[in-house]
Design a protein around this ligand. Structure first.
Ligand code: ATP
Ligand code: PRP
Ligand code: MG
Length: 209
């Protein structure tokens, strides 16, 4: 049995067509059923539905053989113990700094609200800017509006969330997409099955161009 970890929401939605090309279609819909283990149209493959931030943990411990996770999550988690064989090119966005549209440039000593503490620390240290980091779990865009921080580090796609809150994107930290990650032991023990699946994903991605 191959177990693949995916998070509900945009990664699940974007991963469905890719999985379908490999003959993997979940039998239950995670939106309407409360099951966390989903059987699929392939007897040898099941999906586990977990929070996006938990995907590296499940795969690292071998609780899932493979998983799909954003590069943001992988970098923040520190996923050196995982194989990352494929960029799936889904859930694409940018990790950026952002601030109030009337705020001065980010410099000197700054307070930054983010859920990406490690990435943010590294980024500002690299610029020689002294940053006090405030860890949040969501709604980062609110922080500068209520005086909690000078700026934020968060994901930006259309920019609509920033705009709706009178913020503007400032600097690009990195482009983000979702990656396929594989447990190292599983890669050895289940090599044939995993390699076949990787080849199928790769073929679909190549077709997409
Ligand atoms: P949770 O809702 O459980 O707190 P989450 O907010 O991290 O988790 P998602 O919003 O589904 O879950 O994000 C999953 C991944 O999708 C992120 O790690 C990132 O790589 C990517 N992503 C997040 N927001 C966007 C967006 N607006 N556009 C495109 N991709 C995004
Ligand atoms: C993500 C991200 C931003 C927003 C950016 O939030 O944290 O707030 O998308 O996308 P945009 O530039 O297209 O507006 P998400 O929609 O995932 O909400 P949540 O994580 O707070 O539930
Ligand atoms: Mg989100």
């Amino acid at each position: 049995m191959l177990t693949i970890a995916v998070s509900k929401g945009r990664i699940y939605e974007d991963a469905l067509p890719l999985l379908a090309e490999a003959g993997i279609t979940p039998i239950d819909d995670p939106l309407t059923c409360r099951k966390l283990i989903l059987r699929t149209t392939r007897d040898d493959v099941q999906l586990v539905i977990i929070r996006a931030t938990d995907v590296p943990t499940f795969v690292e411990y071998g609780a899932a053989d493979m998983g799909i996770a954003g590069k943001d999550i992988l970098l923040e988690h520190g996923a050196e113990s995982l194989y990352e064989p494929l960029d799936l090119n889904i859930a694409c966005c940018r990790l950026m700094t952002a601030a109030h549209k009337d705020a001065p440039p980010i410099a000197g000593r700054v307070r930054v609200a983010t859920k990406y503490v490690k990435i943010t620390q590294r980024y500002f240290a690299g610029l020689g800017i002294q940053a006090e980091i405030i860890k949040l779990y969501g709604s980062m865009e609110l922080a500068p509006l209520v005086g909690l921080s000078d700026c934020i580090v968060d994901l930006v796609d259309t920019g609509n969330t920033l705009k709706a809150n009178d913020l503007e994107p400032r600097d690009l930290i990195m482009n983000i997409s979702s990656r396929l990650v594989v447990n190292k032991a599983a890669m050895k023990m289940k090599h044939q099955a995993i390699q076949t699946l990787l080849d199928q994903f790769e073929k679909t991605l190549a077709k997409r161009g």
